[in-house]
Design a protein around this ligand. Structure first.
Ligand code: GLP
Length: 240
């Protein structure tokens, strides 16, 4: 695990964007595993700027997203589908047909999990970007998720609902379920890039990098992956 500590959020975003840009420059039809949350927004801005300058192109790039809330229609401003269009896809030269998210409104969610896992089997991520939940979750894989899990439906923990409620008008509007890539799907990526910023992530960063490998901290599984780059700012690295 390579750990890069940056001064602040902007530097974290720039460094992490370099990792993704390198992957796309080396492989024009790379498969990018993408993440939502507030942490990657700066990184996405860097990618948008690089695309505008023609430093990189996403014309042949394909994407697979980690997760989606159950029950929010695509048009909902808090859906991850909306987030990805708003923060990245609408501003780069990607073909929207090459972008994939699990659906949280599929009539048969078990069938949707199977569909997404099969899709991931055909689209190994060249790099998987991850944010980090303050409880150490990755995607929406909450503590105690089995390491061999594939795409599944989760009941979100109270702490995640509380963390994510800042983006909704009221905590009662936060969905209680989500569909997420499993840990095995994440570990299948050729490379993993983790970004974290701020003091409220310091404990999770410590457990991911230096704690025991345990299902109590899903991100700790990354210690077993052969190619992981962690880019964190000083606050998030403060317990390392
Ligand atoms: C959500 C997402 C995760 C994300 C996490 C942290 O729960 N499902 O993929 O990493 O939040 O979000 P933030 O970056 O906003 O702290």
């Amino acid at each position: 695990m390579e750990v890069i500590i940056t001064k602040n959020y902007d530097e974290m975003s720039k460094k992490a964007a370099e990792v993704i840009k390198d992957v796309v420059k080396k492989n024009h039809s790379a498969v990018l595993g993408l993440a939502t949350g507030t942490t990657p927004i700066g990184l996405y801005k860097e990618l948008i700027a690089a695309c505008a300058k023609k430093e990189i192109s996403f014309k042949n790039v394909k994407t697979v997203n980690l997760d989606e809330y159950v029950g929010l229609p695509k048009e909902h401003v808090q859906s991850y589908d909306y987030f990805m269009k708003d923060n990245l896809f609408n501003h780069i030269d990607i073909d929207i047909k090459n972008t994939n998210l699990p659906s949280g409104v599929a009539p048969d969610l078990d069938a949707e999990c199977a569909r997404y896992t099969a899709l991931l089997g055909k689209m190994k991520q060249s790099v998987q970007l991850l944010g980090l939940g303050s409880n150490g979750h990755i995607g929406f894989n909450e503590p105690k998720t089995p390491f061999d899990s594939t795409t599944h439906i989760v009941n979100l923990t109270e702490s995640t609902i509380k963390d994510n409620s800042r983006l909704f008008d009221d905590i009662s509007e936060v969905p209680t379920k989500a569909i997420t890539m499993g840990i095995a799907n994440i570990m299948n990526a050729e490379k993993v890039l983790v970004v974290a910023s701020g003091k409220n992530k310091a404990k999770a960063v410590y457990s991911m990098v230096k704690g025991p490998v345990t299902e109590d901290c899903p991100a700790s599984v990354l210690q077993r992956h052969p190619d992981v780059v962690v880019v964190v700012d000083e606050d998030a690295a403060s317990l390392l």
